[in-house]
Design a protein. Structure first.
Length: 175
């Protein structure tokens, strides 16, 4: 069994939950898994890991800068061993935007870096209007209005397909 490191970058915390679900799937089949914020990644932990998974959320069409910086800094190490990337966004709720080939944000992210992950997952995220500040709530509601999504300012809507997350975890465990 493998020693697997899951690193995440999250905006509102949903990517942590997805990372933890993948962790449970991997631990069920005997892998040792550690989940950490990408900002806490230690080079020694990276070297000690047999596989590295990076999970990143999208806000306003972009992954956080810390993900791009991390991949740039550790690209050679990521390519020395199996490495996986998954992205979390509300746009992935749409069937024509939930694969690596159809998700515009992931395509743009991958075209801007030279790292080629061994596997890529795309997961729909969550809207939690009550948790957002006024500006974010307003902007996200406008985006949802334009894309025919939920706009109720009191709504909490989770779009994540947890079976898809678990299948992804199983596939990573078999790599």
């Amino acid at each position: 069994m493998n020693n697997i490191l899951i690193l995440y970058s999250t905006t509102d915390g949903h990517t942590i939950k997805i990372s933890q679900r993948i962790q449970l799937v991997l631990e069920k089949v005997g892998h040792e898994v550690k989940v950490l914020p990408i900002a806490s990644a230690d080079v020694n932990e990276l070297h000690a890991s047999d596989k590295i998974i990076i999970g990143a959320s999208i806000r306003y069409g972009k992954h956080q800068k810390e993900v791009v910086d991390f991949v740039s800094e550790y690209k050679s190490l990521l390519e020395e061993k199996p490495s996986v990337f998954f992205s979390v966004s509300v746009v992935a709720r749409k069937p024509n935007r939930n694969t690596p080939e159809t998700n515009p944000y992931v395509k743009k992210f991958l075209s801007g870096i030279s790292w080629k992950p061994d596997a890529i997952g795309i997961f729909a995220g969550k809207i939690d209007y009550p948790k957002y500040g006024v500006l974010d709530r307003t902007i996200i509601r406008l985006i949802m209005y334009m894309t025919k999504g939920p706009t109720d300012p009191n709504a909490v809507v989770e779009f994540t397909d947890w079976d898809k997350v678990e299948s992804f975890g199983q596939m990573v465990g078999e790599m």
